[in-house]
Design a protein around this ligand. Structure first.
Ligand code: IMP
Length: 428
């Protein structure tokens, strides 16, 4: 693998990127998160202990590795500190292994309340967001009125900016959403007191990462959510508000695109989606609940049931192109072990009866297309005791090979269970 690498979700998020990053992190010195916020949820199981990370890059769980939060991430200081306290309590020492970009935009309390009100106002057209204030924070960033982590370095200026923006927000909120609680002085002071704990971690991440590369250190760029939730390339408007695709790694950290290295896409062996929006291969009938139970498909961040579907090669082919994926990590293959037959979607049939292998741009085409399936035999035996790819049952190997053939990429990792060790490596 080249010196640096980007790990990107190839579906609608929740592909198991945390586990893949955790597994690859062994070969890298630094893990840098490039977008999103506490809407993400990475579950990593180490030594029987389950860790849920929302903002912190999973690399923080490996002693000696540096974890970086890039400028493309939106940070809620209160949830960051809660997460830090929780992992330190579990015996993971953070010390100077964490660096946060001083250019990160901050999630303020009104971002959450405004989001909740806006979602409610959308009614049936709601996006089904995680309610963490992500969208409104990126809106303020693009609107050039956001507050950034570096503003915390001067509490007086921060306080002033906060009061100014809160006055504006409160005016708007009272006009649009009568139920929204205005942001008062006391809340601003509480927020400032907590947020100032972030200051010692702040650095110029672009300068830090580029200097580290000069010293021969290897960086793993970690994306949150997935390609089909990307603001530009996803199933708009049912997307998140950031650049989840691999290109976001460059703008989200200040490392030039020529330095990013290989791109590793992560996909489940089937598909899931949380929240609203088109999902062509969503399973109809009892197999949906069966996959959910077997895969424990409940949101890490919100606890919501994930919608479950069969593997969608149209969507994956699109993700391979948009991200320039070199290798694919295939997670949760073990979840399919109980099925006698496994449908795999290879084309979509559109409303006019034509068939396509291309992921459509228009929301209505995505909503109304019918997946065309090829059915593969299942292997119907557990995979948890396997230690090498060569031990995979023939049908499981066939499933993996079909993916490789149709996408034109190698499958480099295969996930066969929750534990850190339950990963079969195919490519060194
Ligand atoms: P937001 O990111 O909270 O604005 O939510 C926008 C959409 O992205 C919703 O459909 C969420 O369910 C989805 N989403 C956000 N973060 C994740 C994630 O980490 N995994 C899966 N879906 C997510």
């Amino acid at each position: 693998m080249s010196k640096n690498a980007v790990v990107v979700g190839a579906q609608w998020g929740d592909e198991g990127k945390g586990k893949v990053v955790d597994s690859l992190a062994e070969h890298f010195d630094i893990v840098a998160r490039y977008q999103g916020g506490a809407n993400a949820g990475h579950t990593v199981v180490v030594g029987g202990k389950k860790f849920i990370l929302q903002l912190l890059p999973s690399g923080i769980l490996r002693p000696g590795k540096t974890a970086v939060i890039g400028n493309g991430v939106v940070v809620d200081p209160l949830s960051l500190l809660k997460e830090l306290d929780a992992i330190e309590k579990a015996g993971i020492e953070v010390g100077d292994r964490l660096r946060i970009s001083d250019r990160c935009h901050l999630i303020l309390p009104y971002h959450r309340t405004h989001e909740a009100a806006a979602e409610q106002a959308r009614g049936v057209g709601k996006i089904g967001t995680t309610a963490k204030g992500i969208g409104p924070t990126y809106e303020d960033k693009a609107g050039r009125r956001g507050l950034r982590a570096c503003d915390l370095r001067d509490p007086e200026v921060f306080r002033r900016k906060c009061h100014e923006v809160a006055a504006d927000k409160n005016r708007l909120a009272t006009a649009l959403f009568p139920n929204v609680q205005p942001l008062g002085d006391e809340m601003i002071e509480q927020y400032l007191a907590a947020a100032s704990r972030m200051v010692p971690y702040l650095v110029n991440v672009s300068a830090f990462l580029n200097a580290e590369m000069q010293n021969g250190r290897r960086i793993l760029f970690e994306g949150a959510q997935g390609t089909l939730l990307d603001l530009d390339h996803g199933t708009y408007p049912f997307v998140t508000s950031s650049s989840a695709a691999a290109g976001g790694a460059s703008t989200g950290t200040g490392v030039g695109p020529t330095r990013l290295g290989a791109v590793v896409g992560v996909s489940k062996a089937y598909a899931t989606r949380v929240g609203e929006g088109p999902f062509p291969t969503e399973i109809e009938g009892p197999d949906q609940a069966r996959v959910r139970e077997l895969g424990e498909e409940y949101g890490t961040t919100t606890g919501r049931e994930r919608r479950c579907g069969w593997l969608d090669l149209v969507a994956l082919r699109y993700a391979v192109r948009v991200n320039g994926i070199d290798q694919l990590a295939l997670t949760k293959l073990d979840v399919l072990s109980e099925f006698a037959e496994l449908p795999v979607c290879t084309r979509y049939r559109l409303r006019d009866g034509s068939e396509t292998e291309d992921f459509p741009a228009h929301q209505s085409d995505c909503h109304h297309c019918e997946p065309v399936y090829e059915t593969l035999p299942g292997w119907e035996q557990p995979l948890d005791s396997l230690t090498d790819v060569s031990e995979l049952p023939a049908a499981a190997r066939g499933y993996v090979e079909l993916i490789e053939q149709r996408l034109g990429v190698e499958v480099c990792l295969i996930g066969t269970g929750r534990e850190r060790e339950r990963v079969l490596q195919r490519v060194a």
